[in-house]
Design a protein around this ligand. Structure first.
Ligand code: AMP
Length: 543
């Protein structure tokens, strides 16, 4: 017997309509590429999203057409999220930090029909336009007064385009499984692969994101997503914020410490979200300029492991609660969040920080397990570590156009994340490494993340990466490649001495090299493949 509850498709258009109706006067504030701060409400946003959908329809855009964006976090990008997905087309966010050839590859692979771009990215598209002949036109996300001179043909001015339609558009109703957005993984090896999200997966992910054991969003929050809208839909925040009626503050192109701090203060931001590299810059600025927050209460750190020193600074110096979270593009992206349980209520601040080094507990909807090399389940004892597998309604079942083959998930739908992790008896998962990055020293595995986290806690060290280097006796041994803080005079011996405080002797790096900067991927992660290539013939002093 079926239940007698109504069945309506879960559609992205409903999010913005809900926000406009129930939180109509709540603001979306954006730092624009043109310069000034732009401010409007969810009510204004829904009107313009509808106009955009109607204008796209008049232009001949059809369901499931791919409409690409090359854009920062800002209100027009939010309108494109809703207008495009709401009309049943697919919003393809392109990461502008990719190499131009990769952008051309992705635009061709996705068969993008139109590309919307912020003024910043016009030269980027001009440089590759010959390589993307199938794109029908280019929409520049500005008004007529700010339209640039460009050699692109078929150029449309966003504001003029919007003005061609009124807002009497009725969102179509269609199957909730219809694809809504497309995001290619950064692909450090092989071709980039597209994760294709659906209306259904996006709504379910938004519900999950709002729960207290995930991001705990509500109308009480003012959220500033530093994580870009081209990086897994800014971790789903533009959708979850609309679902909860939270005020959104969009930083645009300026993500340096000073600009972020200014915006957090002027808009009284309570919650933010971003990768450790961003927080490193913000904390650096605040320390140098002796700044304190007046409204920030929580920050989400994800995308890479949150180092202890960073969590400590937020918690102890600035009274900002760190929410360590883990996920990946293929997971929309939220998988786990490190919220406390009742049993941790009386923990000291240091015990709480110890716990928040873990990536956290699964959010309802995400099944998670760890397995050994033979695929056998491993215990949740906080010690055994193995390959981390996940499954659930916002986790990929395959890549766009079958890229990556048919075996993306096993017969029970488990998706191998490529991460290696432990899970403790309370369900807290801790990433020990990417499976490709673990250092296999003799019979033992050394977690590069553990060593890196300790290394950045050493005074004078700004950033650190640990890679495996071939060793005649141990197969592989760790090499630490580090960037010093400005004017720091820290030595190799001092770093090793610092690491001895927490690491076993066999886990210590065999050598430390100082460099001016580390290579990063387009999403801000340290590009270990490049480092491994650079140091593949490096002769360790112990070899
Ligand atoms: P992406 O798809 O680019 O978001 O990258 C996903 C990968 O980033 C994951 O598979 C992890 O290896 C890594 N990652 C994400 N969040 C964390 C975290 N909190 N700690 C450690 N690694 C993380």
């Amino acid at each position: 017997m079926f239940g007698l509850m109504q069945e309506g498709p879960l559609l992205i258009s409903s999010l913005i309509e809900f926000a406009a109706l129930n939180h109509g006067d709540e603001e979306i504030v954006s730092r624009t590429v043109e310069g000034p701060i732009h401010r409007y409400t969810y009510k204004d946003c829904v009107v313009r999203s509808r106009q955009l959908a109607k204008a796209l329809e008049k232009l001949g855009v059809e369901q499931s057409d791919r409409i690409a964006t090359l854009a920062w976090n800002g209100y027009r990008h939010v309108e494109i999220y809703y207008g495009v997905s709401g009309m049943g087309a697919i919003c393809h966010t392109i990461n502008p930090r990719l190499f131009p050839e990769q952008i051309a590859y992705i635009a061709n692979h996705a068969e993008d029909k139109y590309i919307f771009m912020d003024l910043t990215f016009v030269p980027l598209i001009e440089a590759i336009v010959e390589h993307i002949p199938k794109v029908k036109g280019f929409v520049i996300m500005t008004d007529e007064a700010n339209m640039p001179q460009t050699k692109l043909s078929n150029v449309i001015c966003y504001e003029n385009f919007l003005a061609t339609a009124d807002d009497d558009y009725k969102w179509p109703v269609f199957d909730e499984r219809t694809a809504s957005s497309l995001c290619y993984t950064s692909g450090t090896t092989g071709n980039p692969k597209g994760a294709l999200f659906s209306n259904r997966s996006t709504i379910l992910h938004s519900y999950a994101a709002c729960t207290p054991d995930a991001l705990g969003l509500s109308n009480m929050e003012t959220i500033l997503p530093v994580v870009p809208m081209f990086h897994v839909n800014a971790w789903g925040i533009p959708y979850a914020a609309a679902m909860s009626g939270a005020k959104m503050v969009m930083p645009g192109a300026r993500m340096d410490g000073e600009s972020l701090f200014e915006l957090m203060e002027s808009e009284q931001v309570t919650l933010s979200a971003g990768v450790p590299t961003i927080w490193m810059m913000l904390l650096g600025y605040m320390k140098e300029n002796n700044k304190k927050f007046t409204s920030m209460k929580r920050t989400v750190i994800g995308g890479a492991a949150a180092p202890r020193a960073m969590i400590e600074t937020f918690e102890k110096e600035y009274n900002v609660n760190v929410l360590h979270a883990w996920g990946m593009t293929e997971m929309s992206p939220l998988g786990t969040a490190c919220n406390l349980k009742k049993k941790h209520r009386d923990y000291t601040i240091d015990q709480k920080i110890d716990l928040s080094l873990k990536q956290g507990r699964a959010i309802f909807g995400v099944d998670m397990k760890i397995v050994d090399g033979a695929g056998k389940d491993l215990p949740w004892d906080g010690v055994a570590f193995g390959n981390l597998l996940v499954r659930g309604p916002w986790i990929t079942s395959g890549y766009f156009k079958g890229e990556g083959g048919d075996t993306v998930v096993d017969e029970d739908n488990w998706f191998d994340t490529g991460d290696v992790a432990t899970i403790d008896p309370d369900g807290y998962m801790q990433i020990t490494d990417r499976s490709k990055d673990v250092i296999k020293s003799g019979g033992e595995w050394i977690s590069s993340i553990d060593v890196e986290n300790e290394a950045v806690g050493c005074p004078g060290i700004a950033e650190a990466a640990v890679i495996a280097v071939a060793h005649p006796k141990w197969d592989e041994r760790p090499l630490l490649v580090a960037v010093k803080e400005e004017n720091a005079s820290v030595t190799k011996e001092e770093v090793i001495e610092h690491l001895k405080g927490t690491l076993a002797k066999w886990q210590l790096p065999d050598d430390v090299i100082f460099v001016d900067q580390l290579p990063h991927t387009a999403t801000g992660k340290i590009l270990k493949t490049k480092l491994r290539g650079e140091y593949k013939d490096y002769k360790l002093p112990t070899a």
